[in-house]
Design a protein around this ligand. Structure first.
Ligand SMILES: C=CCO[C@@H]1O[C@H](CO)[C@@H](O[C@@H]2O[C@H](CO)[C@H](O)[C@H](OCc3cn(-c4n[nH]c(N)n4)nn3)[C@H]2O)[C@H](O)[C@H]1NC(C)=O
Length: 135
C-alpha cells in the first residue's frame, strides 16, 4: 500500500479544524484521511470508497486503537466524483470529530479514543492533495 502525505506533531486542540483540499483521481477506487495520535491509534479513519472492498459510493469511517480496528460506521451520503475537486474540513471536538463535506453534508464520528489532541494526519489512496491547512 503506497504511503501518501503524513504530518505529525500537529498539537490540534479541541475546537480546532484541519482543512484538506485536493483532487480525486479519474480512476479512484478509494482514498483515506486518518487523524489521530499515530498510525496505530487513529481517532478517525475517513475512507470514501467508490468501488472497492465490497462498497460502492460509501464512506467508511472507523477508529483504530493499539493497531486494532473498531466498529465501522458507514455513510451513504457520498458527495464525491472521480476526477473531481474535494474540500474537507475536520473539526476536533471533545466528544466527536465533525467532518464537513461538500453541499453542506456533515458526518459526526465519536472520539472513541478520548484524545485530548490530534498529533497525526495521513492522506492516502487515489487522491492528489493540494492544500493541508492547520489553525
Ligand atoms: C465482510 C467481512 C470482512 O469485512 C471487511 O473487512 C475488511 C478488512 O478489515 C474491511 O476493510 C478494511 O476496513 C478498514 C476500516 O474498517 C480500513 O479501511 C482498511 O483499509 C486501511 C487502509 C487502506 N488504505 C489505503 N491506502 N491507499 C489505498 N488505496 N488504501 N489505507 N488504510 C480496510 O482494508 C472492510 O471494510 C470490511 N467490510 C465490511 C462490509 O465490514
Amino acid at each position: 500500500m503506497e504511503c501518501g502525505l503524513v504530518a505529525t506533531h500537529l498539537k490540534l486542540q479541541h475546537g480546532e479544524t484541519v482543512e484538506v483540499k485536493g483532487k480525486i483521481l479519474p480512476d479512484c477506487k478509494e482514498f483515506v484521511v486518518n487523524l489521530g495520535q499515530d498510525c496505530d491509534n487513529i481517532a478517525l479513519h475517513f475512507n470514501p470508497r467508490f468501488d472497492c472492498k465490497g462498497d460502492v459510493n460509501t464512506i467508511v469511517c472507523n477508529s483504530k486503537e493499539n493497531g486494532e480496528w473498531g466498529e465501522e460506521q458507514r455513510e451513504t451520503d457520498f458527495p464525491f466524483e472521480q476526477d473531481g475537486k474535494v474540500q474537507l474540513s475536520f473539526t476536533f471536538l471533545p466528544g466527536e470529530i465533525k467532518v464537513l463535506l461538500a453541499e453542506g453534508h456533515e458526518i459526526s464520528f465519536l472520539n472513541r479514543l478520548g484524545l485530548k489532541t490530534i498529533e497525526y494526519i495521513a492522506v492516502e489512496g487515489d487522491f492528489k492533495i493540494r492544500v493541508l491547512k492547520f489553525p
